[in-house]
Write a protein that binds this ligand. Structure first.
Ligand SMILES: Nc1ncnc2c1ncn2[C@@H]1O[C@H](COP(=O)(O)O)[C@@H](O)[C@H]1OP(=O)(O)O
Ligand SMILES: [Mg+2]
Ligand SMILES: [Mg+2]
Ligand SMILES: [Mg+2]
Length: 349
């Protein structure tokens, strides 16, 4: 089955959402950042991006039953004192739609925006089609002025069938060996994949797509690895133990969000280690787009036990201990190092 039409729509939606986010990041004010009950930050851009993607997908596929599993909901925007924020979001979405010009729609109202955001309340599952969206993945990176991604994927009967990753601050050329946040050249990449068709990257400004591949590095001593920028998001002693066991020489490359999957898919590094702290439950929107982008580029994405991620169980991913990503050659060695490190950790407790 072809998902070409869905891919075109997903790319369009992610590009426009990226445009909206770039505008907000440029003139980001402290007052634009709200804090959700789980203490994670959320900005007008998170809401605006979700509203825009949701609205555009519904507009592109008006006759299909629409299901979207997305991170944000309008709860906090409906509280007293949020009217001004809601109006800002509405204006941002309308301005972005108008700047594109290909959608001749009358301006959306604040009600339309709330509705578009709340169309993302689906629970997903193993039947039918579900869009999966993280409107800004890496909000902390976004607020800092660093890396973030707009991550959109499609599940069909529980399988990932397409993924789009817009990375507005990722340099277009390789970041291997460098700091992605301190770069002078062109930034802004769009990764996209359709099942069985490979992964491609183009610039967010619309250059022609290039096919990308993970690296063929077999020797861990020549490999480099990615992990979160935010120390609070993972167990650093575990990732350093794993990399030590593998004999990795290069220091870790710390980047926010699913940009790590994009960078790995084009060969900027070989390994992504993600070991969140105890009690953290992974959500499907934090991995769906990244997972298909890496898999279609020839890589592997599994949990710490080597089992492929299952996106069909609702909005959570029930993974064993952590998520690991690498090329096919390095995976057996990586799994061994992960197993040994987890055993050492368990016996030291
Ligand atoms: N305590 C946490 N541990 C791990 N990941 C978290 C935590 N809190 C939020 N996240 C989510 O993890 C991702 C950030 O990943 P990374 O650490 O790789 O940059 C984001 O999806 C972020 O959500 P959000 O989409 O709200 O930014
Ligand atoms: Mg968040
Ligand atoms: Mg996220
Ligand atoms: Mg998010």
């Amino acid at each position: 089955m072809s998902y070409d039409k869905e891919l075109v729509a997903a790319k369009k939606a992610a590009c426009l959402a990226a445009r909206l986010c770039q505008k907000v990041q440029k003139d980001l004010l402290q007052s634009d950042v709200q804090t959700k009950s789980d203490k994670s930050p959320v900005t007008v851009a998170d809401y605006g991006s979700q509203a825009l993607v949701s609205f555009l997908l519904q507009k592109e596929f008006p006759t299909e039953q629409f299901s979207l599993v997305a991170e944000e909901d309008s709860g906090d925007l409906c509280k007293d004192g949020s009217q001004e924020t809601l109006e800002r979001i509405t204006k941002l979405v309308n301005d972005t739609l108008a700047s594109d010009g290909s959608y001749s729609v009358s301006p959306l109202s604040t009600e339309d925006i709330l509705q578009a955001i709340d169309s993302g309340k689906s629970e997903g599952g193993s039947q039918g089609r579900h869009w999966v969206l993280d409107p800004i993945d890496g909000t902390k990176g976004f607020v800092r002025g660093d890396q973030y991604a707009i991550a959109l994927a499609l599940l069909d009967e529980g399988q990932l069938v397409l993924g789009v990753l817009a990375c507005p601050n990722l340099p277009f050329t390789s970041i291997s060996g460098g700091n992605p946040n301190a770069f002078n050249g062109e930034v802004g990449c769009l990764f996209f994949s359709e099942v069985g068709q490979g992964t491609y990257m183009q610039s967010l400004n619309g250059s022609s797509p290039l096919k990308v591949q993970v690296t063929a590095v077999e020797n861990p001593e020549e490999a480099s690895f990615f992990e979160s920028y935010e120390a609070a998001h993972y167990m650093r002693y575990l990732t350093s133990l794993i990399s030590e066991k593998l004999g990795i020489k290069a220091p870790p490359v710390r980047i926010d969000s699913q940009v790590k999957y994009g960078a790995l898919s084009r060969g900027d590094g070989e390994i992504y280690l993600r070991f969140p702290r105890k009690g953290y439950r992974e959500k499907i929107w934090d991995h769906a787009a990244g997972c298909i982008v890496v898999t279609e580029a020839g890589g592997l994405v599994t949990d710490a036990a080597g089992i492929p991620l299952d996106f069909s169980k609702g909005k959570y991913l029930d993974v064993d201990a952590g998520i690991i990503v690498t090329n096919q050659k390095l995976m057996p060695l990586l799994l061994k190092a992960v197993r040994e490190s987890l055993n050492e950790k368990a016996s030291s407790l």
